[in-house]
Design a protein around this ligand. Structure first.
Ligand code: UT7
Length: 320
């Protein structure tokens, strides 16, 4: 059985940054001060009307493949984590496969909202370690701007669009050291988009709704618990962790998590100020930024963590 490691990362943010002031100018009853103080968010990006999750995914994937030195035709597994697919079906992964010009890879979507990327990465690892596949493209891609309620200032200021991708390949060295995936559907209604396509129209509200404080408390608890679980599974002390790359929802969630883990914020990669919450794209986007700016280096221990609707949560500890 082989191990697997990330050989390339890529990210893509559509359009120009949209500031908190821009949201005020668009008529949302909020302020730069409120958003920045409560969440740390200053900017987010929104896809143009003609851009879909598969388009964002394509841009991020091309960059990841380039870093890995791979052609799209060499990919034999494509997993896209998204809660904002282009269509009901085919999957966004199949649409991405088509745009990449690949006709042979296994391709499917994973729906675990903001934990989607760590779910997808863990699934890809299991395919590769089984020996059935050798070169996976794992993508988180979202156009959350399409499912925001612009009359709900408590949620519409938090989210943005984007995509992040990694190439994961079979390797003789680890690689991924440990992973953990969790879900508890008991909490299905604290963060949801309850609408559905039904008999030719949309039934129920197709816009995001959230109990912000319940989500906040849940996120801090499970991000801390999962970090401990991952280090214990790899038989490493918390001090051996070089970088934490958590889901980017709110800087206060990240600060509280770091405090719980007795970890300096200097070890936490944060992009929430510039990206807002891009759901399944947030972790691979943050990873890509820290890899490309030279903070995350080969051989370092890096933990990726996601938490989101479902409720779902989990993480992957890897030696980069
Ligand atoms: O991917 C996971 C998804 N999401 C998250 O992780 C988010 C987790 N939750 C949070 O980040 C926070 O709960 C929020 C940032 C969403 C909200 O912060 P909060 O400190 O929990 O605020 P709140 O909802 O209790 O609202 C406090 C006040 C209210 O006014 P009153 O009732 O005190 O007069 C809100 O109406 O802030 C008001 N408010 C706003 N004011 C200006 C809510 N949204 C806004 C806004 N601008 N955008």
């Amino acid at each position: 059985m082989s191990f697997c490691r990330i050989t390339g990362t890529g990210g893509y943010l559509p359009g120009a940054p949209v500031s908190n002031h821009d949201l005020v100018a668009r008529g949302i009853e909020t302020s730069d001060e409120w958003i920045a103080d409560r969440t740390g968010i200053r900017f987010r990006h929104f896809a143009a009307e003609h851009e879909h999750s598969s388009d964002l995914a394509l841009n991020a994937s091309r960059k990841a493949l380039e870093m890995a030195g791979r052609e799209a035709s060499e990919v034999d597994l494509i997993i896209v984590a998204t809660s904002t697919p282009d269509q009901v079906f085919p999957s966004t992964a199949c649409l991405l496969q088509h745009k990449l010009g690949n006709r042979a890879a296994t391709a499917f979507d994973v729906q675990a909202v903001c934990s989607g990327f760590v779910y997808a990465l863990t699934i890809a690892e299991k395919f590769i370690r089984s020996g059935s596949h050798k070169c996976a493209l794992v993508v988180g891609a979202e156009v959350f701007s399409r499912i925001l309620d612009w009359n709900d200032r408590g949620t519409c200021v938090l989210f943005g669009d984007g995509a992040g991708a990694v190439v994961l390949e079979a390797s003789s060295e680890p690689g991924i050291l440990s992973s953990a995936l969790h879900a508890d559907g008991h909490y299905h209604d604290i963060l949801s988009v309850p609408g559905q396509v039904c008999n030719g129209s949309v039934a129920g509200k197709p816009l995001l709704q959230m109990d912000g404080q319940a989500v906040f408390k849940f996120a801090v608890r499970v991000l801390g618990d999962t970090a401990v679980e991952l280090m214990q599974a790899a038989e490493l002390p918390m001090t051996a962790l070089d970088w934490l790359v958590p889901h980017q929802a709110n800087i206060r969630i990240l600060q509280s998590t770091a405090k719980r883990l007795d970890m300096s914020m200097d070890k936490v990669i944060t992009t929430v100020a510039e990206h807002g919450n891009t759901s399944a794209a947030s972790v691979p986007l943050a990873l890509d930024i820290a890899v490309r700016d030279g903070r995350i280096k080969r051989g370092q221990n890096v933990m990726l963590e996601g938490v989101g609707g479902g409720f779902t949560w989990g993480g992957v500890l890897l030696r980069f």
